[in-house]
Design a protein around this ligand. Structure first.
Ligand SMILES: [Zn+2]
Length: 176
């Protein structure tokens, strides 16, 4: 790491410590040439894309939000907390595999629904009823009976948005 004072190339680390959550390493460095001291921080590069909300606003992906939504749907069901963790991790891996810079909350919701559908029907219905904001009972019943979420590969649910990426979000963004 280059010295910020005299631009010497070789500086030495005199102290190195992790922060409390273990995701940032703070290094105290010293330049052997000018004896200047400075600090560097090292962290894993964020790999989750931004989330596009219903109203079009973008925000940073938040694992806790996804986790809470799924956990709530699984309340008082025989779903271990560890399973909720697994679902969220699985969803994150799927999202990352698309390599997109942004992902709609709708797509994340669909992935969660597909996972819950496989796991626990009651949890699935709870999640779907909150997430889809059903207008009436008929719509809800149609959802229950429909074959929409029986695909083995939940990733297929999310591909339409990926294909429309150019025509959809990006285009409307340009008009602003
Ligand atoms: Zn220096």
């Amino acid at each position: 790491m280059k010295c910020p004072y005299c631009t010497a190339i070789d500086t030495k680390v005199i102290d190195s410590r992790l922060n409390q959550t273990g995701d940032i390493t703070r290094r105290r460095r010293e330049c052997p040439r000018c004896e200047g001291r400075f600090t560097t921080y090292e962290r894993v590069e964020e790999v989750m894309p931004a989330v596009i909300k219903k109203d079009g606003r973008r925000e940073a992906y938040n694992r806790d939000k996804v986790w809470d939504g799924i956990q709530k749907a699984c309340q008082k069901r025989s779903v271990p907390t560890q399973k909720v963790d697994e679902i969220v991790t699985h969803i994150e891996k799927m999202i990352q595999s698309y390599g997109l810079k942004e992902v709609p909350t709708r797509a994340i919701g669909q992935m969660a629904m597909a996972e819950l559908h496989k796991l626990d029907k009651v949890a699935y219905i709870r999640f779907a009823s909150v997430y889809r904001e059903f207008q009436d009972v008929e719509e809800f019943m149609a959802e229950l009976q429909g074959p929409a979420l029986t695909q083995d590969d939940p990733a297929s649910l999310a591909f339409p948005f990926a294909a429309n990426e150019g025509a959809g979000g990006t285009a409307s963004e340009g008009k602003k």
